[in-house]
Design a binder for this molecule. Sequence first.
Ligand SMILES: O=C(O)[C@H]1O[C@H](OP(=O)(O)OP(=O)(O)OC[C@H]2O[C@@H](n3ccc(=O)[nH]c3=O)[C@H](O)[C@@H]2O)[C@H](O)[C@@H](O)[C@@H]1O
Length: 463
Amino acid sequence: MHAMGSPADTSKSSKPDRYNAYLFRRFSSAKVFATSSRLLFRVTLFAGLLLIFLFLLHYPPLLLHSSQSSSSHRSAHRSLLSSFSSYAGAAWERDIRRSAAPRRPEGFSVLVTGAAGFVGFHCSLALKQRGDGVLGLDNFNAYYDPTLKRDRVALLAARGVVVLDADINDAALLARLFAAVPFSHVLHLAAQAGVRYAAQNPQSYIASNVAGLVSVFEAAAKRADPPPAVVWASSSSVYGLNTDAPFSELHRTDRPASLYAATKKAGEAIAHTYNHIYGLSITGLRFFTVYGPWGRPDMAYFSFTRRILAGKPITLFRMPDGAAVLRDFTYIDDVVRGCLGALDTAEKSTGAAGGAGKKKAPAQLRVYNLGNTSPVPVTKMVSLLEDLLGRKAKKNVVTLPQNGDVPFTHANVSLAERDFGYRPTTDLATGLGKFVQWYVKYYGVHSAATATARTEEELTASA
Ligand SMILES: O=C(O)[C@H]1O[C@H](OP(=O)(O)OP(=O)(O)OC[C@H]2O[C@@H](n3ccc(=O)[nH]c3=O)[C@H](O)[C@@H]2O)[C@H](O)[C@@H](O)[C@@H]1O
């Protein structure tokens, strides 16, 4: 027996005492465990919130940082919003119908994709000028300075041409357009252009030149009643490593030298499919290095002009054996005449709205070269610019990199001449002169040539 109040002899404690001690220890460790798991929970919660905060801070689409990728997200977002909010309603339909309505008897109603682009802008102006109705579409992407695109569109707006800020991959919008307007033609010029940019952004070529093309053909074949005739931009680059010259539409085009060329070649194959299955009337135009006023700043003649005026060096490519690289530079007005000729001679599609192989008869399927028929060494293009700008270029001559460029291009245009009287009339010296005249006026550049250019223009204006 234990004396009352004496300390417990743990060494010899009874069974119940050991049990109580065990319970006490268990209770204490449970308490410690509960406390530490509460702490763990709080730490985890804090870390989670911190991660969410960092994610929100660095994820571009949500906070719209001003990088190029975020701007493409922005434009995708904007076109999505547009197609489901502002791109609807009676006022919107009235505006696009008015823009697309022809003002001449038997006039066309043309949907021009890429209307804020170089060729799209000029074709839209020319069509409107002769009394056709034009509705434009463009996603205003940042491949090159969108300010130039906005300025082109401001001119189009002044002539009554509406250009929607939307993407050709927006199938819902295209369906709505074809339901609202009875387009007789689609001039599909929206594309990811440029031969060398594919090394940096290959997916943009697939999105625009393959998926976008399919989106336009789908809508034209299935959403329009009756389906319009489609004229679209292919490229001289489909001739790739072809060595037979001048390039004829009968030559092989199965050796593309760039991803850009491969997507345009894929486009021609896709065109065949939509023509075959849906009776869509389709004409592909192979453009040869198109240049001129309101041109593309990414192209050599344009960027060289900018750099020569800024006193910066230009990189000139030459062949490994030292020979010059040649291009069949084609002036924009000649190309516009070719585009209008192709539209004028396009036959109606033979399919019914709703698609699914219901064509009444085989439909027209064509492809044409639209070139200048006289290749010029790129070095000659530079010396013409030097004369026009009154400045010498600082040349950095390097061997043509293996990233898509081909040694030469040279168009045989006899097919286009036979079918719609295409005959290029502008040589490179004359065309570059007109480009430089526009450039110095648009950018307000002061060069030795500026005074001459302005004087000539003033004379023309007052004549
Ligand atoms: O004809 C075509 O199908 C293509 O024409 C042009 O492609 P490209 O002829 O390469 O036009 P530029 O980029 O303006 O180059 C013109 C010439 O200058 C040369 N070049 C270009 C850039 C440069 O820094 N240095 C240089 O010597 C190129 O090798 C090429 O021979 C367009 O950019 C393409 O969109 C179009 O589809």
